[in-house]
Design a protein around this ligand. Structure first.
Ligand SMILES: [Zn+2]
Ligand SMILES: [Zn+2]
Length: 390
């Protein structure tokens, strides 16, 4: 019997090793015309199921939106219109240069295969990519370069967990995840860091599960300002592994503090018009520009007023909801802490922990207490991780 299990394990393991994700690229733009050119290896060009050509050195193809179809050119030569165009790599891990011409966007390089079709608005460009190459690109886009490998291991594990949990997020648009911060920033193939590549390989297949064996919501943000936040105050849902933590690791970093001035009339107009702020009440009248937050709060001044800080943050494009304010001349002066929603992993705190010698497991336990780190390949052999309905 033992050999049967081993055989299944090997087959299943092989499938997982090659797990692919479909990532929608350039989703910030409505692309009407794009060129795809040779970078490091030839690519086969398919129009629907027909092999049409090969992109060799110094060659490129051009794709334009044509109603519900797309039009393909090779260099200056017209090839024809298709429902879908596929660019398929000749050898694993090859990359292409993608250059959006209308509108003009800074060129990017992506590995593995590319699929193009006519989307709701513009040409949809989808990267069919190995999950590890995707995770490496995300870690670089979200974390930057030059950090300790233990931080990169943390970012790789949470980015992989997020990707697997939300791989159906954009199913209606014909791909898994987008390349924006809406999902996870994925702005290029990995360009600079062999450390990131090592971190992805060393954490291969590792993901975080909650106590009920669901993949966790692995949220992260740039800087928590000294205290992480609970998700119910941002998205109205609480999660046991996302509790508020005091974080002393990030408080001296560059995003730890901020200031912003807003004209008093803009501030009061917003509060009065949107929330019926009781301006005629003498107590609340004197408090309208005064608010102190030494630990994180969810509401402005008093919960009884029902003014969520997250709404103030959105309205005035603030770096965080973790701010205090006071009147200063014609303005209200905000002094804030942190950058981002504050839920889950604090990137700058995690970077500092890694620099101080903490291991990736310690960092994950600090920011996601109670979550379990597992090898999804071994785990799936016994039990399929659950994906909650989205
Ligand atoms: Zn998205
Ligand atoms: Zn922090």
């Amino acid at each position: 019997m033992k050999w049967v299990f081993s055989t299944i394990f090997i087959i299943f393991g092989f499938c997982l090793t090659g797990q692919q994700l479909r990532i929608g690229l350039f989703r910030d733009y409505n692309i009407n015309r794009v060129t795809l050119s040779y970078n490091d290896a030839p690519y086969y060009v398919y129009g629907d199921s027909l092999l049409l050509d090969t992109i060799l050195k110094n060659e490129y193809v051009e794709v334009l939106k044509l109603g519900k179809r797309i039009f393909l050119k090779k260099g200056v030569e017209d090839i024809g219109d298709f429902e879908r165009v596929y660019l398929v790599q000749d050898s694993v891990g090859s990359s292409l240069i993608i250059n959006c011409k209308d509108p003009s966007v800074k060129q990017r390089k992506y590995q593995d295969d590319i699929e193009l079709f006519s989307g709701e608005s513009g040409v949809s460009i989808v990267n069919n990519v190995d999950i590890d190459r995707y995770v490496a690109g995300v870690v670089e886009s979200e974390g930057g370069v030059g950090w300790n490998i233990e931080y990169y291991k943390v970012q790789a594990i949470i980015s992989r967990s997020y990707a697997l949990k939300y791989k159906e997020k954009h199913a209606k648009e014909g791909f898994s995840l987008c390349d924006r911060v809406h999902c996870q920033a994925y702005l290029n193939m990995l360009r600079y860091s062999t450390t990131i590549d090592s971190a992805v390989q060393l954490t291969k297949n590792q993901v975080l599960l909650d106590q009920k064996d669901y993949l966790i919501d692995a949220y992260f943000h740039a800087n928590c300002g000294g205290q992480t936040f609970e998700p119910q105050y941002i998205w109205n849902s609480s999660l046991p592994y996302l509790t508020s933590r005091i974080d002393t690791f990030c408080i001296y970093t560059k995003q730890a503090q901020w200031e912003k001035r807003i004209p008093k009339n803009e501030w009061s107009n917003f509060l009065i018009k949107k929330y019926n702020y009781p301006i005629n009440d003498s107590l609340f009248n004197s408090l309208i520009y005064n608010f102190n937050q030494t630990s994180r709060k969810a509401f402005y001044i008093d919960p009884v007023l029902g003014i969520p800080l997250r709404d103030i943050r959105d309205q005035f494009s603030l770096k965080s909801t973790f701010f205090s304010c006071q009147p200063d001349g014609e303005d209200v002066l905000l002094t804030g802490r942190g950058y981002g929603h504050g839920v889950g992993l604090c990137q700058e705190g995690a970077m500092k922990m890694a620099k101080l010698g903490f291991k990736s497991n310690d960092i994950l336990q600090f920011y996601f207490p109670g979550a379990q780190l597992i090898d999804i390949q071994r785990y799936r052999y016994y039990n399929q991780p659950k994906i909650e309905p989205f």
